[in-house]
Design a protein around this ligand. Sequence first.
Ligand code: ACO
Length: 438
Amino acid sequence: MDNETLTITDNRTKATYTIPIYRGTVRAMDLRQIKTGADDFGLMTYDPAFMNTASCTSAITYLDGDKGILRYRGYPIEQLAEHCTFLEVAWLLLEGELPTRDELENWNCEIMRHTMIHENLKKFMDGFHHDAHPMGVLISTVAALSTFYPDAKNLGDTKCRRKQIVRLISKMPTLAAYAYRHRLGLPYIYPDPDLGYTKNYMNMLWKRTEPKYAANPVLARALEVLFILHADHEQNCSTSAMRAVGSSNADPFATAAAALSALSGPLHGGANEEVLRMLDEIGTKDRIPAFIDQVKEGKRKLMGFGHRVYKNYDPRARIIKQVAEEVFEVTGRNHKIDIALELERIALSDEYFIKRKLYPNVDFYSGIIYQAMGFKPEQFTVLFGIPRTVGWLAQWQEMLRDPERKIARPRQIYTGEDRREFVPLTLRGVHDRELTFA
Ligand code: ACO
């Protein structure tokens, strides 16, 4: 369309520029031509935290935060959660299409065949203190995988790249389960490929002395659905870390370790752990109004609420709420759900939350289910990291194939000192300011 352009007048020079608009977006580099003179670097955009900047094009996940829509490769998340297995969704995210029956069968076999980890990794894991946070253990062991598979550096070889993708997806549950058992001082359980992805993970976590572990089918399906819901979420903090680090051609294990690190923060994947701590602290329904007051006074955050993109109910939270009821049929009711429901009810009718469009996000209810299933809070972010690895890898692969790809390297606006002469140590005197790096 001819009128898909933006005309800008630079009031400093009175010059006018016309730049193209593509899918509601202008290219920041098109602004570089806007200069006050030959020495001028050209206009830049300033967007801390990428509030209004698209960092890539992507065909993987569609998210409309105002309408509360989430789709993987065009398929609504609700339909995928109802009808698919996690590995089926993993294939969809990576390949772009749902697998045929044969493709799915082979994919299941391929993933389960690679679930073992090198025995030396177990020794590496043994080096962690008994109370090491499982996310720290997972980040470190995923990074360590890079030393076991030096071929992973061959990023240009698509066959080799695929092999690393399979390795990472296969080994994540094994590493996560070993980190869990190390904490409890329990012997590691080798993977059982016959069980499939989710039930095998449960087997590696909870098998004791029985000859064959049998997962409860309702709990296994609940975990499968939670894995599907967490598999991808377009350009969030950890996915952006995956793309940024991957853009330097670091191998996928080092890159995924960076993404896991980003996920571990309490404002991102670490929020589900914080929600549980918050619900514990609130304790009883009658203490909710006082807690909400603290949030409104800016003293606290209502963890599991709010989202950079969703300004409507997070569709994943809606599905998780249903799953919670199914899980409680088996495990008995986790009383925290009643505090959470009441917290949600009060928050959603309060002007503070309405005005700011703050709704429950995926983390608000997931921890309550995980706890009912027997997971400890420090395990929750790990349960996020296992499925999100698929999304990271799909995004990483898409980034590597992108003809516009370059190493991620943002600009800055320098606000520091202008050039000044070095002062020798003997002439520096004494500062009266506090010694701090803050
Ligand atoms: N509780 C109370 N107030 C909140 C919350 C919250 N959870 N979230 C946002 N607000 C308020 C802010 O204080 C701000 O108010 P103001 O306009 O008066 O200053 C306003 O809502 C806008 O919030 P921002 O911080 O600008 O929103 P942003 O998009 O930067 O942050 C985030 C999004 C980090 C998720 C934030 O909502 C938050 O910290 N939530 C709690 C942590 C959480 O649940 N994280 C999980 C996110 S989902 C995920 O990563 C899987």
